[in-house]
Ligand binder design. Sequence first.
Ligand code: AQP
Length: 331
Amino acid sequence: MQRIFSGIQPSGIPQLGNYLGAIRNWVNLQADHECVFCLVDMHAITVWQDPAKLRSQTLTQAAILLASGIDAEKHILFNQSAVSAHARLAWIFNCVTRLGWLNRMTQFKDKAGKDRENHSSGLYVYPNLMAADILAYKATRVPVGEDQKQHLELTNDIAQKFNHDYGLEFFPTVEALIPPAAARVMSLRDGTKKMSKSDPSAQSRIEMTDDADTIALKIRRAKTDTDVLPADEAGLEGRPEAKNLVTIYAALADTSIADVLSQHEGQGFGPFKQALTDVVVNTIAPIAQETTRLMQDENHLVKTLRSGAARAQAIAEPIVSEVEKIVGFVK
Ligand code: AQP
């Protein structure tokens, strides 16, 4: 059985893009993989996090994952900082990765913008920690949204250079599992920007804990154009906001974009947004409800993460110890 590693940052409340690009896929992959799911709190602090919020968001996120169908008994769910192997391997990878490789990472460019000099060095070496997360478990498959594809390519470059430098076939090749539909959900306020849990505008995203009224309001206010829905996908070209809403509808209703358009062709955005609201609420309401229930027992959530960390540690510790020996550290 292949081992999967995947992570999500507790940098906010998970949004619909995290769900469609990652979480929903994770739930399905549990059937035929050994899964290690991680709340990557060390990644989250690459940008400022209020400590009390980071703690509460980590627990909320654990609850959302469990409510979405992650099985923390059969598989592993834990928070990254609880397993020191991640930080130790990341340091070694900081010494393997070339600066030129990091300079090409578009996520750093997007997140740092023009104000590069004022961002943390953690944000810059973020992809090295991500490579360590995956390779500390010798995971071979990583379900991610399209935005993480470049980081996965870098993970393979790091693994190959390490293997080459030390003359070993130590790390495996990693395969990105990118969902066929809605691999990149866009902001509700700007169809050219990805939906993000830390976007300053809460109106730009649907959060996994939003209630039906909030969802309806956000979708009603979502940016659109004045045209009607076209007959086919070609008619969505140059209309990023319209394309985004249709893509979300198709992904949640488990159907194709062509199908959605054939049902709604000629409709204005008023009625379409109403139909979309129903589809979104149908998916999110039961998850939000179960999340609220799970959040009432914080101790249970902490215990679940601790048990996951112990099992994660049992896999990662021998692998990372071996890497340290290979590098020449006295053990
Ligand atoms: N808009 C999106 N569409 C599809 N997939 C997405 N993912 C994130 N946004 C979208 C996928 O969700 C997983 C977890 O992401 P993350 O928390 O590790 O970091 P991120 O990609 O930076 O997500 P956010 O929401 O944009 O977080 P912030 O605002 O904190 O940076 C990944 O598999 C990602 O592909």
